[in-house]
Design a protein. Structure first.
Length: 138
């Protein structure tokens, strides 16, 4: 267990550091939020907080920063005009594509000498690890 814990910590540190190299103004959290908005075609800030188990104030700060830099915009929900939906701007889509391509190239380089079976198992283990949900409290 100690090895897993240590290696997951190293993995997280490297992920944060590489995010800064991919784009200096885009944190790993911001990149993740942009990816989620692209994947979902937009959503509310509260949906982001719930999905990533983040505090609403954390998401609010991230959203404000992304909005200031012109990467996302707030639109009225067509079904409920009391609700604001966050969506990527064209600049946000372009930056997300650029950073995603850079990240993909970095992963390909890092994993280039791994056999296909190892890659498949690694992907399966990561999917399983990240798919775990804690039991409901109470």
């Amino acid at each position: 267990m100690e090895t897993i814990q240590r290696e997951m910590t190293v993995f997280a540190r490297r992920a944060r550091a590489s995010a800064g190299r991919m784009h200096p103004e885009l944190s790993l959290v911001s990149y993740t939020l942009l990816g989620h908005l692209e994947e979902r075609g937009g959503c509310r800030a509260t949906d982001l907080a719930a999905h990533y188990a983040l505090d609403k104030s954390t998401v609010s700060r991230q959203v404000a920063a992304l909005e200031r830099t012109g990467l996302i915009e707030r639109l009225l929900d067509p079904e409920d005009h009391r609700v604001q939906v966050l969506q990527l701007t064209d600049a946000g889509r372009q930056l997300l594509l650029q950073v995603t391509d850079s990240r993909r190239a970095a992963f390909k380089e890092r994993l280039a000498d791994w056999p296909e079976e190892d890659l498949r198992r690694f992907a399966d283990y990561l999917t399983r690890y990240n798919g775990w949900t804690p039991p409901a409290a109470g």
